[in-house]
Design a binder for this molecule. Structure first.
Ligand SMILES: Nc1nc2c(ncn2[C@@H]2O[C@H](COP(=O)(O)OP(=O)(O)O)[C@@H](O)[C@H]2O)c(=O)[nH]1
Ligand SMILES: [Mg+2]
Ligand SMILES: [Zn+2]
Length: 293
């Protein structure tokens, strides 16, 4: 039986991409009984009824699964931040990075609206970019207006399922429009935002960009650390994780423990002060989180 990938789910139908052809499929009845809900991004085995319709027979094991938006097998999150309008924020970026790291998804940092920066702002952004690159992250500086830096994005979306993440207004739709001009996605569109009420089911669709697929709905809409435990936070900051191997205590949380290698690395500026501060603030937030029953 043929295999394919669900690229769109709408009104009980799953649209399965197989050899460049879209097959409209229904789920097998047994799914409902077994509580399997096929998701966009799922690799599936299907049975074709004819050239256009079929039945999904099996959902293959998922690599991961996002809840909002519901999408499976996400390889990469493209974290979109504008240099200005709204201003670049390291605390917000770190919040996204923690969630992405926690979900074992590869982050790609894309800073947009570089054309709007004044010389001083441009220098500051370049310095931040260098600091994040030193941690090990890929950082792209782009402009959808002049299309500068966009060519750097294309190879990163090849052969992957990517989701965009980032505040409203940072330029996510504009980026997609540059990547695929024929889409003509609405930018800065307030009316569609209001129309999307809480009760309407979110429809998710993967848009093909070359050999890659990008979700049209931004991921990580909830930025709360509901699942992360205090001792897991270290591993969501790669440079803190690296240094923590040298802490005296295995369970060191790098706050006031003696012989903490992380705090020593902040002193020598191997770890930036602001990244460490965000770690401390997020840890506090996790500790104050109300227990769920
Ligand atoms: N000058 C400039 N404006 C941009 C750029 N990217 C987006 N914008 C503008 O910023 C606003 C919000 O962009 P949009 O793509 O809708 O953001 P989204 O909410 O993240 O999808 C729109 O008015 C865009 O025209 C850019 O690189 N340069
Ligand atoms: Mg948009
Ligand atoms: Zn420590």
């Amino acid at each position: 039986m043929p295999e394919g990938k669900i690229v769109k789910a709408l009104s009980g139908f799953y649209y399965v991409l197989h050899d460049g052809v879209m097959i409209q499929c229904r789920g097998r009845g047994v799914f409902r009984k077994n509580k399997i809900t096929p998701l966009v991004g799922d690799e599936v085995i299907f049975q074709a009824e004819n050239e256009r319709d079929g039945y999904i027979m099996e959902v293959k094991e998922r690599k991961n699964e996002l809840v909002r938006p519901p999408i499976a097998n996400v390889d990469q999150a493209i974290l979109v931040f504008s240099a200005v309008e709204p201003d670049f924020s390291t605390v917000l970026l770190d919040r996204f990075l923690v969630l992405v790291e926690y979900n074992h998804i590869k982050p790609l940092i894309c800073i947009t609206k570089m054309d709007l920066t004044k010389e001083k702002e441009k220098e500051a952004i370049k310095e931040y970019a260098e600091q994040y690159r030193n941690i090990g992250y890929e950082v792209l500086l782009t402009s959808s207006e002049t299309e500068a830096g966009i060519e750097g994005l294309t190879p990163h979306v090849e052969d992957k399922i990517s989701v965009f993440a980032g505040q409203s207004g940072v330029g996510k739709s504009s980026l997609l429009n540059v990547l695929r001009p024929e889409l003509e996605l609405k930018t800065n569109d307030i009316s569609s935002h209001l129309g999307r009420g809480k009760h309407t089911t979110r429809h998710v669709e993967l848009i093909s960009i070359g050999n890659g697929l990008i979700a049209d709905t931004p991921g990580f809409s909830s930025l709360e650390f509901t699942d992360i435990e205090a001792e897991e936070l270290t591993y969501c900051f790669p440079e803190i994780a690296r240094e923590s191997e040298k802490c005296k205590f295995r369970a060191c949380l790098h706050i006031s423990e003696p012989k903490c290698a992380v705090k020593a690395a902040v002193e020598t500026q191997t770890i930036t002060q602001y990244r460490y501060q965000h770690y401390v603030d997020f840890l506090q937030e996790i500790k104050e989180r109300k227990p769920r029953y």
